[in-house]
Ligand binder design. Structure first.
Ligand code: CP
Length: 335
């Protein structure tokens, strides 16, 4: 797809060459993300970073990515801080904000809401997560991380064996990741979840026209024994109308160093889109894994900055102009 000037709403928009372009642009941006070089290529541009649902990583990394490229960020957190709380429609909100901005990132609790917002927008809109539907930039950063982690072990995404664990029903990061893995050859996915939190059939249907083979189980020890990557997820309690219902599933799918050592192949990579739920009743990814060199969760979050810089660069068409206004960093930095 042509990224220039376009919305990014679903991972379905991308083919393999598009993903390769995003990844090669991310590689080019590394000196800026590592604060070795500064560029002001987006000087004068404004991002509206509209997060109508809680976020740490996605909001701050999109904002930082725009700032690193030289642009300015205006943002909102939560519906109650906006006129949506007074009954304003997404249509009006979008028409107004797109007059103030060059690009908009939006997150909202309703599936499909970002598409509705984008239809009314006069500038490109990037989906920062819409309900239990999709999280395309998360899938791109996950895939970029998978590629880098596998490369260090002389493997490729073609042939990947991955275990997706936890709330596969409500986890939008998992939904987008499953769809993008369909673009690759000979991928095997072990779907590990409590029975009632399995991957929706609409996502499983996307495997039909691909070479993805999938297996479903609720036995975590069995499901993690023959994979390259474990991808843990949190029980998405915000998607349950009854909080007591969500608490029934917490703690059922947990990984710690002991389970990892006894069941996994050596050097199995551990990922998680984060946030992990570190409360004692959940704790799906135990802190005793923090020193495990195969825990890739912070490499994953660092990669999010690069991928989001690349999306801005490609949508706004400045990927070949980065060095025009660049200089070396002069402040102390130990990144
Ligand atoms: N992975 C992710 O979307 O994290 P945040 O909810 O903190 O943005």
């Amino acid at each position: 797809m042509e990224l220039l000037g376009n919305h990014i709403l679903s991972i379905d928009q991308f083919e393999r060459p598009d993903i390769e372009k995003i990844f090669s642009t991310s590689d080019l941006l590394l000196p800026y993300a590592k604060r070795e070089r500064i560029t002001r290529v987006l000087k004068g541009a404004i991002l509206s970073n509209m997060f109508f649902e809680p976020s740490t990583r996605t909001r701050i990394s999109f904002g930082s990515a725009f700032n690193i490229l030289g642009g300015e960020v205006r943002e909102t957190t939560g519906i109650e801080a906006t006129s949506l709380a007074k009954g304003e429609s997404l249509y009006d909100t979008s028409r107004v904000l797109s007059g103030y901005s060059d690009i908009i990132v939006m997150r909202h609790h309703e599936a499909g809401s970002v598409n509705e917002f984008a239809e009314a927008s006069r500038v490109p809109v990037i989906n920062g997560g819409d309900g239990d539907n999709e999280h395309p930039s998360q899938a791109l950063l996950d895939l970029y991380t998978i590629e880098k982690e596998l490369k260090s072990k002389n493997k490729t995404i073609d042939g990947l064996r991955i275990a997706l664990i936890g709330d596969l029903k409500n986890g939008r990061a998992v939904h987008s990741l499953c769809k993008v893995l369909c673009l690759f050859d000979n991928v095997t996915i072990n779907l590990i979840s409590p029975e009632k939190l399995g991957l929706p059939s609409s996502i499983k249907d996307s495997f039909d026209d691909s070479s993805v083979k999938f297996h479903e189980t609720n036995d975590i020890k069995k499901g993690i024994s023959d994979v390259d990557i474990i991808y843990m997820t949190r029980i998405q309690e915000e998607r349950f109308s009854d909080k007591a219902e969500s608490s029934k599933y917490k703690g059922l799918m947990s990984l710690n160093q002991d389970i990892y050592t006894k069941n996994c192949e050596p050097n199995t990579i551990i990922m998680h889109p984060l946030p992990r739920d570190s409360r004692p009743d959940a704790n799906e990814l135990d802190p005793d894994l923090n020193q495990n060199p195969n825990l890739a969760i912070y490499r994953q979050t660092d990669n999010g900055l690069l991928i989001r810089m690349a999306l801005f660069a490609l949508v706004l068409g400045i990927e070949s102009k980065l060095e025009d206004s660049a200089s070396d960093v002069i402040w102390y930095s130990n990144k």
